[in-house]
Design a protein around this ligand. Structure first.
Ligand code: PLP
Ligand code: COI
Length: 364
């Protein structure tokens, strides 16, 4: 991959920024770009300075929404190494999104190489703090100029990075807002793809959630408006109490929710810790009733950006109930800490999820 030198943020400034990262408001020094055209395929991979992208006003992505993205993380390890979490699985999902949006797929090894190239050159931007990470945003847009209503024949793939701190480092449990008059995805639609429109269409409800003192939306199924699908930007897990101990339950991948990589990791990790798991539909009413009668003792949301966050309350125009005592329960905390141990190389990575990256950190 060609590399162009960037004007680096000075070490002292970067360290100051890394001490208190937020999410998605500061960016690393570089970006990766690669182009696709129908005649040549993928070409011109570059690692260059982070820069604005000039665009013709008729760029197709702006009009017809052919935009997809991934969200993945690189973590700092106590020995100074950096490691990416489940990079190939993100590549696979990126290509599923591309197929659904009639966009070109990118060989998984090229996707991973592009992300690795950014972490290598911007390794100094991986925050050296447990729970913090460098969030990587690979994305692809239809870059062709034209207003014809058809899939574009030119695309731009890029990877940018932003140091991030998950909300879950703060003890506050989330309040979720259920608004049955809105849906995120319907059968046959794009719910299982990570495409821009899924998010743009959700903001009106996110705003409603905030107006009702809630942190996120909980989405219900499109047909019956009863079944819990996922929350905004994350999947949901329920901890059920049984005479044999706790077990985990999560809604099945119906085609209308995102197949979260954290969700899949938790299903596997929980089993390895001895918790039975099931992928079984649950209605909003069952969730409420089970919290009230103690059959559900914990609920948590999980996703790359958010990590693992307890759900403390569920609120709608007609209902409002606490989950457990409204704070993180023991199963949620155990899974969160075990996942962090794996991310930061403090537990054996039995699943082969972490990919070590040799970086060009100027501070080393
Ligand atoms: N659901 C939606 C709609 C998301 O945007 C995300 C975030 O990527 C998730 C679930 C969680 O997926 P993952 O764990 O792969 O980040
Ligand atoms: C992620 O967790 O990576 C997401 O994509 C959620 C949100 C920031 C869009």
């Amino acid at each position: 991959m060609n590399a162009l030198a960037a004007q680096l943020v000075p070490n002292s400034k970067r360290e100051e920024l890394l001490a208190t990262p937020g999410f998605g408001d500061i960016f690393t020094d570089h970006m990766v770009t690669m182009r696709w055209t129908a005649d040549v395929g993928w070409h011109d991979p570059q690692v260059g300075p982070l820069a604005a992208m000039p665009m013709h006003p008729a760029t197709m992505a702006l009009h017809y929404g052919q935009t997809i993205f991934e969200g993945m993380k690189a973590f700092w390890r106590p020995n100074g190494q950096r490691a990416l979490f489940r990079a190939k699985d993100h590549a696979r999902r990126f290509n599923n999104s591309a197929r659904r949006m009639a966009m070109p797929t990118l060989p998984a090894e090229d996707f991973v190489a592009a992300v690795e190239a950014l972490v290598r050159v911007d390794g100094a931007w991986v925050p050296p703090t447990r729970g913090h990470s460098l969030y990587l945003r690979p994305f692809m847009i239809a870059s062709q100029t034209g207003l014809g209503l058809r899939p574009a024949e030119e695309y731009l793939f890029s990877v940018i990075g932003t140091p991030s701190r998950p909300a879950s480092l703060e003890p506050k449990a989330m309040r979720l807002w259920a608004a049955p008059e809105y849906i995120r995805a319907a059968p046959g639609g794009t719910g299982a793809a990570k495409c821009g429109g899924n998010y743009g269409g959700s903001f009106i409800v996110q705003r409603e959630a905030a107006a009702n003192n809630c942190d996120e939306v909980v989405w219900l199924d499109a047909r019956e408006r009863r079944y819990v699908e996922e929350a905004g930007g994350c999947n949901l897990f329920f901890v059920e109490s049984t005479s044999d101990g706790p077990r985990l339950r999560t809604p099945p991948l119906s085609g209308t929710l995102l197949a979260g990589i954290t969700r899949n990791s938790i299903l596997r990790l929980a089993q390895s810790l001895g918790y039975p798991v099931s992928e079984k539909p649950i209605t909003l009413d069952e969730w409420e009733q089970s919290c009230r009668d103690g059959r559900i003792t914990e609920t948590f949301a999980c996703g790359t950006a958010r990590s693992i966050v307890p759900v403390g309350h569920v609120v709608s125009a007609h209902q409002d109930w606490p989950v457990g005592d409204g704070t993180a329960g023991p199963v949620t905390s155990q899974l969160h800490q075990t996942m962090l141990d794996i991310h930061h190389g403090q537990a054996v990575d039995d699943f082969g999820w972490m990919r070590l990256i040799r970086t060009e950190d100027p501070t080393e």
